[in-house]
Design a protein around this ligand. Structure first.
Ligand code: NIG
Length: 414
């Protein structure tokens, strides 16, 4: 996949229906439609300079590109993945499908531990090329910004190796890639938990920070297989003291109260939240933490309890949707399928689902006004669709509707 050469300097995209997804749009649909619009790109770097009616754009001296009457939305934002890993978990998929319990598999040494073993054994280059392949799949589905995590290294060298891969993916120029140090995923068996926490706080976080290798630090607070509340809090504090933005994964398989940590560390996002209670919902609302919902993992694990969407809405917690792409509970790179399932399984409206993979996901990454919406001054990242209405993207579950993906004002192509 390469960025297609575009004329230098200002250019204008015409013959399109734009859906800006701007939150305060003078358009009562919520989609911010601009029909027969024109987008001016490249007047100042590769930002979107202007978006207006075609008739009000002077044709010369700009180079023009026709979208052939297609729908243009902001490039999609994927805010929670484990894109970087080695090995596969095909047999575990079959086990889960036959009714085996995910936590039991983890404690038998499968699940996350199987991926840790394979990821440790892989070289940085091997991890890079397999992750790049998956990144291409995301990009071909309209994704222009993506977050990915470490968390399958569970020691200093291997966690840093994963983060270096994330930085190389960003440099590849196919999408904007944000890196999260998932410092607390599960406890490795080779080291006592308290020594592991000490290692994370005194070596891993400082080294990742000094090397500018991470944009966020995250803890998976989950009493069944992940980190305890106390340990999650300790490592988030270590990140917070260094002013590294924090994230939480919590209440996935049980109520571990992890989401309630959000205000203490101004967490940007909290993911999963199936078992999150009323107190933690208030905490998320007060910290303006974005709730990231992961319907694919919910489906794959046959989860009994869904996240408290009505209460999150009532409390005004911002919502984002993600694939949660990982080799175990969410082997997919199809963000539109996740968005579809957020409606079918969790009761979101199609508008909420689209917001969840654009403006909402941008919020989760601290990138409001920069990506996830078409607004002057934002990055000129677009997805161009073979669709008439943004709701078609949600309704046609996983259909290949993306015609092209644009990053910084130019198409990204095979
Ligand atoms: O989202 N943050 C939690 N962990 C992943 C599971 C990853 C795996 O099974 O490899 C999750 O479910």
């Amino acid at each position: 996949m390469l960025k297609e050469a575009m004329p230098e300097g200002p250019r204008v995209i015409i013959d399109a229906t734009f859906s800006t997804m701007r939150e305060r749009e003078a358009d009562d649909t919520g989609y911010g439609f601009l029909r027969d619009g024109a987008a001016v790109v490249g007047e100042r770097k590769d930002y979107l300079a202007r978006l207006q009616r075609r008739t009000s754009v002077q044709p010369a001296p700009f180079a023009t590109w026709s979208a052939g009457g297609r729908l243009i939305t902001p490039g999609l934002v994927e805010c929670h993945t484990h894109l970087i890993f080695s090995g596969d978990r095909r047999t575990e998929f079959a086990e889960l499908a036959s009714g085996r319990n995910y936590s039991d598999l983890v404690w038998e040494g499968h699940g996350i531990f199987a991926t840790v073993e394979a990821t440790r054994a892989a070289s940085e280059d091997e991890l890079y090329s397999s992750a790049l392949r998956r990144l291409r799949w995301f990009v071909s589905g309209g994704v222009t910004t993506i977050e990915t995590k470490s968390g399958y290294g569970l020691d200093v060298d291997n966690e840093l190796k994963m983060l270096r891969v994330a930085r190389r993916l960003d440099e590849a120029g196919l999408a904007r890639v944000k890196a999260t140090l998932l410092a607390g995923h599960v406890y490795p068996s080779q080291i006592e938990p308290e020594d592991f926490i000490e290692l994370i706080c005194s070596e891993l976080i400082p080294q990742a920070h000094a090397g500018k290798l991470c944009d966020f630090v995250e803890a998976y607070c989950e009493e069944t297989i992940g980190f305890s509340l106390d340990d999650a809090s300790t490592l988030l504090e270590a990140a917070y003291k260094r002013k590294i933005p924090t994230r939480i994964s919590a209440d996935h398989l049980s109520d571990s109260a992890g989401a309630a940590l959000a205000p203490a560390f101004y967490a940007k996002a909290a993911a999963h939240l199936n078992y999150t209670d009323d107190v933690a919902i208030e905490a998320l609302a007060s910290a303006r933490t974005t709730a990231i919902l992961l319907p694919i993992a919910h489906l794959e694990l046959g989860a009994k309890q869904r996240p408290p969407v009505d209460k999150l809405r009532e409390a005004g917690v911002p919502i984002a949707i993600s694939t949660g792409c990982n080799p175990g509970t969410a082997p997919t790179t199809n963000l539109l399928t996740a968005a579809h399932l957020s409606c079918a399984l969790f009761g979101l409206s199609p508008l909420e689902a689209i917001q969840g993979i654009t403006v909402g996901a941008a919020k989760a990454l601290g990138l409001s006004g920069v990506v996830g919406e078409l607004t002057p001054g934002a990055n000129a990242d677009f997805a161009i669709w073979d669709a008439e209405h943004p709701e078609d993207l949600i309704y046609w579950m996983g259909a290949p509707l993306c015609c092209s993906t644009w990053l910084s004002g130019s198409p990204v192509r095979e």
